[in-house]
Design a protein around this ligand. Structure first.
Ligand code: AR6
Length: 177
């Protein structure tokens, strides 16, 4: 599914965040210390190699809602944007902190003159965020930031499961209506 907001195209796909070779940057659902972990962080650090942690860890710790940029190392993508999502029910206000991850990732990508960026569903795994609530925050924020972007022209949300893709499709359909 594809949707235009201003000059930005938002794509929803089912897949693996480390298998998006055409994108300038992928987003890591990071931990505060920017170390390898499970889920998305584990997959990204495995695919990127040890150099990613060597570059990222000295930039941490980061707070919920923050985002830092590193190189992609052995990934096909030149850059990784590491965002720390809120832990559901602990880091409050969760919706604002989650929105901040998407906003800051897009702004940082734009500052570095990147054209395309891929997001996983931040906070919806280990951090326990309900997928529909997270999808509403993510897609609303992407829509709201779109008119301010000067170089970012493609956002791809890469959902791991078919169910998560279906929820994001519904939410994007409602937003576009
Ligand atoms: N590609 C795309 N999506 C994925 C992938 C993948 N390879 N692997 C998992 N997902 P999570 P969080 C989905 O737990 O909730 C880590 O241990 C997954 O199904 O990666 O922000 C870090 O070190 C879920 O929907 O991120 C942190 O401590 C979503 O991506 C903590 O987990 C996010 O799941 C961050 O937790």
């Amino acid at each position: 599914m594809e949707q235009r907001f201003a000059e930005l195209t938002v794509e929803l796909v089912q897949g693996d965040i480390v298998d998006q070779p055409d994108l300038d940057a992928i987003v890591n659902a990071a931990n505060a210390e920017l170390r390898p972990g499970g889920g998305v962080a584990g997959a990204i650090h495995r695919a990127a190699g040890a150099g990613l942690a060597e570059e990222a860890v000295p930039l941490g710790p980061i707070a919920p809602g923050e985002c830092v940029l590193t190189g992609g190392h052995a990934l096909p993508n030149p850059h990784v944007l590491h965002c720390l999502g809120p832990v559901h029910g602990r880091d409050e206000p969760g919706d604002e902190l989650l929105a901040s991850c998407y906003r800051r990732a897009l702004e940082t990508a734009d500052e570095h003159r990147l054209a395309s960026i891929g997001f996983p569903a931040i906070s919806t795994g280990v951090f326990g965020y309900p997928v529909r609530e997270a999808a509403e925050v993510a897609l609303r924020t992407i829509r709201d930031v779109a008119p301010d972007l000067r170089t970012v022209r493609l956002v791809r949300m890469v959902l791991h499961s078919r169910d998560d893709l279906a929820v994001h499709r519904e939410v994007l359909g409602d937003l576009a209506a």
